[in-house]
Structures are given as C-alpha cells and as structure tokens.
Design a protein around this ligand. Structure first.
Ligand code: PLP
Length: 487
C-alpha cells in the first residue's frame, strides 16, 4: 500500500468507523456467536499474495462485526466503561504513523517530553499534591493498564525495602542470601475488595499476599485501623508487610478506602509503600467536588487511574504518578552500553524505560493531549458530572420500585448495585407486600433461617433476571457476589 492507496483506504475506513458510531445504539450490545465462530470464516493460513484493501475491509462486516461486543453502545452497562473519543482515535493514528519504540528521550524527544507535560497537566487537573509533579522528585508516566501499574509498583516496593534494609551490607553472596531470605517474608496487602491485580502483582513479584478486611459495616472500605491491625498481626508472625493497595472506587461497589486513616498508617510505616488504585473512579477527580480524596496522597507513594476507563482516552492509557521517581529508577534502570547516550549520562533527560517493565513504549500522550485540548477542563467535568447524575437517576428508578428491587450500595460515582426481591407470595419471601423489610439487618446475618431463605431466594431471582437480560443481548450488565449477596 503506497501513500495514495493509504489515503483512499483511510478515508473509506474512517467513513465506516463514523457510520459505526452513528448507528451503534441500534445494535444489540452482545454478539450472537458461539465459541470458535471465527475460524471457519477464515482460510487456514495467510494469503500467498497481498490482497486489495477493499477485500480486507469487507471482512470487517463479514468476520469481525458479528463477534464484536459494543462497548461504546449506550446500552453497554457491564464491568466498567471503556470510553473512546474521536480525538483519541486521531491521536492513535498519528502514534501509529510516527511508530517508534521510544524508550529513551533520544529515541524521539517529543514522545518523552509531551508525556511529561501532559502528565503534569493531569496531576494538576485531578488535584494531586505537588509532590507528584515532575518539577520536584515525582512525576507521571503512562502505562498500559492498572494491573501493569500495580505490578510495577509492587516490584519497586519490594526492591526498595530490600535496598533499605540491606543498605549497609557489602555486595556478594551473603547479601544475595539475605535478599532471598527477606523476599520470602515480604507481604503485599490489599483490601478484600481490591482488584485482583494486587494478588497477581504479588505472584509476579514472588511475595506473599494478604487481604485486609473491608466489611459491609465500614461500607466495604479498608479503614486505617484495619490496615494497622493487619500490619501488626503480620509482624508478630515475623513477616514483613511492604506494600498496600488502597482503592479509590472498588470494582464491585466503587467504595473508597479510608484514605485519611490510611495516611496515618503511612506516616507510621514509611517502609510500607502505599499505592492508590483509582482505575475507574480516578477520572472523577477532574471535578473539584471529588478532589478532597487527593489530599492524603501526599503521604502515599504512588497513584494511578485509567483514562481509558472514564476519561475519553481510548484503550490503553493508565496514568501512573509517583512521589519519588528514584523509587522506580533504582529498581528498573539497567543500562547496557547500547542504551547509553550523552543526554542520559549527563542526567539531562527522562528515560521512561527506567520507570517501567518493558523497554519500548508507544506515543500514548498524543491521544491524551488531543482529548484534553478538544474537551477542555470544563468539557471533561461536564462529561463526568453527566454520568454521575445518570447514576443517581438510575438509583432513583431502582428505589422507586421497592416492591421489585433493593439497593445494596447507593450510587457511588456512576455505579449502583442492587438485587431483585423475591417475588411476593413466593414461599421464601418474608412478606407478600414488602419483601425486603429491615434490609440492613439481615444482609450480614444469615443465622436466622428466614433471612437465610430470603437471601437464597433473592440471590436466585437476581441471577435469573441478570441472565435473562444478558441472554436477550440488547443490554449487557455485570453481576457480582459480595458478602453472600448476588448483586
Ligand atoms: N483496579 C480496579 C479498581 C479495577 O476496577 C480494575 C478493572 O476493573 C482494574 C484495577 C484492572 O484494570 P486494568 O484492566 O487496567 O488492569
């Protein structure tokens, strides 16, 4: 494909994409295909000779579209959002065009420098404390996903505590033995409702993992007291807690851990790296009414949120902010001779390869820059506030039918969780007309058999309604089971 063929193909692809977005609301969200549907539609191997773009493009409709779940549809309500926008798509096009594995500043100075600037813009936009800005000891980097960020933080935390504890030991076999011994005792922590990324990160880092309780009484939040208690209990057992993921917007309930209380624990335990995972809800911090959550973060080590979830930047884009960039660089900077250059050696530039696990990196900041400029701060705030008010409206609809539904957690950011009430008159409902009396009381107390029966029945019908809606494919919802409640 030469540049004039590209121009023609790209125009036609963009026409098709625009048309897709114009008609997306009319499509069922879920595809109607069985596992393995795609292979029979394709030949056994790639073509011997190149094909025309028109033939390739036609297969979007024939092969791909039948198996697409329409995440951008207004009827998509599953998991969490994964917003896209046209400015972000344009950013990805340019990124593809400049295509580079820009791991060092010298590999493409604009890639590094734009990223540093937009990350500072975002830090200010969401109200992070100044310690996360690049003008001091901190800074931001764009990584692919929250899980990637969490593992990057856990491994850096592991190395930091080992460096600190063994700082006085000379290099050599004995130190290596001590390091191995220490690693076996390290424990990474996360709320019982933290995303599984923390557990996965601990597996990758080769450390232990423990959960910190976050029961319904605390609103599914980890309190400072619960974290302190878990740390103390582990230390009594001779273990070394070294890392904790605080969650701002948990996956199942959008709960926010007690960030103020946890900041006190952070002050008492400077060797425990505290990371805030705000994968979904972090985007709401663009609105000043949420920025009080950021204040305690001056006592934490790092923070991330996914612009690809809720801030109109196409997948993938997880913003990772660090208070002391040295904590990353001391772990990830390994400089064989071919990666060295005068700018790096003189300390004049940022080399983001030293802040991450992979070497190469894409030009992701372009799409962020395009989105920030196209929407402006006010446009982004209006976008988030609209979703939050839709969430509240939805909660109102659910509450307006207490005969049918029970709200389990009220609208938090844009997430409401609820269950369906057992049908009036069903043998297991507690009352014909008011099937959910004293809801708060029975949620966690299934010792009473009537309540246990009610719960079993509510879970059963909620699952049934959920499966029926998804089977119709028009809408797509997600269920979860927390504290024995099917929501
Ligand atoms: N953290 C939280 C709180 C999440 O809700 C999710 C996804 O649901 C993740 C992390 C994982 O995000 P990613 O797909 O970016 O790894």
């Amino acid at each position: 494909m030469d540049s004039s063929q590209f121009r023609q193909a790209a125009h036609s692809a963009i026409d098709e994409i625009a048309q897709y977005y114009d008609t997306i609301a009319e499509r069922p969200v879920l595809p109607n295909v069985a596992p393995g549907y795609l292979r029979p539609l394709l030949p056994d191997g790639p073509p011997e000779e190149g094909e025309e773009w028109t033939e390739i493009q036609a297969d979007i409709d024939r092969v791909i579209m039948p198996g697409i779940t329409h995440w951008q549809s207004p009827k998509y309500m599953a998991f969490y959002p994964c917003n896209s926008s046209f400015p972000a798509m344009l950013g990805d096009m340019y990124s593809g065009a400049f295509n580079a594995a820009a791991f060092n500043w010298i590999c493409s100075p604009a890639v590094t420098e734009l990223e540093t600037v937009v990350m500072d813009w975002i830090a200010k936009l969401v109200g992070l404390p100044d310690c996360y800005l690049s003008k001091g000891e901190g800074g931001g980097i764009i990584q692919g996903t929250a899980s990637e960020v969490v593992v990057t933080a856990i491994v850096a935390a592991r190395e930091r505590i080992i460096r600190r504890r063994l700082a006085d030991m000379p290099e050599g076999e004995e130190k290596l033995d001590r390091m191995a011994e220490m690693r076996g005792k390290l424990v990474a922590l996360g709320s019982e409702h933290a995303h599984s990324a923390t557990q996965k990160g601990a597996i990758i880092a080769g450390t232990r993992f423990r959960t910190v309780p976050a029961p319904e009484e605390t609103g599914f939040r980890v309190t400072g007291a619960a974290l302190r208690k878990t740390i103390e209990e582990l230390r009594v057992k001779g273990l070394e807690p070294f890392y904790f993921t605080a969650t701002l917007g948990s996956t199942a309930h959008c709960a926010v851990d007690d960030l103020e209380g946890i900041a006190e624990v952070a002050k008492e335990n400077p060797d425990v790296w505290i990371h805030v995972d705000a994968a979904y809800a972090g985007s709401a911090l663009v609105c000043p009414e949420y920025q009080h959550f950021c204040k305690p973060m001056e006592h934490y080590d790092s923070f991330n949120f996914n612009l690809h979830k809720w801030l109109l930047v196409n997948f993938d884009c997880s913003a990772f902010f660090i208070k002391r960039r040295r904590d990353l660089i001391d772990t990830y900077s390994i400089a064989p001779s071919f990666l060295r250059n005068e700018f790096t050696d003189k300390g004049l530039v940022t080399d983001y390869r030293d802040w991450q696990i992979p070497l190469g990196r894409r030009f992701r900041s372009l799409k962020v820059w395009f989105v920030l400029r196209s929407y402006g701060v006010n446009g982004l705030r209006a976008f988030i506030r609209n979703h939050v008010s839709l969430g509240e409206y939805f909660e109102g609809l659910i509450r307006s039918r207490p005969d049918l539904f029970t709200v389990v957690t009220k609208a938090a950011f844009a997430l409401t969780t609820f269950h369906v009430n057992p049908r009036p008159g069903s043998p297991v409902s507690t009352s014909a007309n008011a099937p959910n009396p004293a809801h708060e009381a029975y949620l966690n107390d299934f010792t009473n058999s009537a309540e246990a029966e009610y719960r079993a029945s509510a879970n059963e019908i909620t699952k049934h309604v959920y499966e029926t809606i998804n089977a119709q494919r028009e809408f797509f919802l997600t269920s979860a089971v927390t504290g024995g409640i099917y929501i």
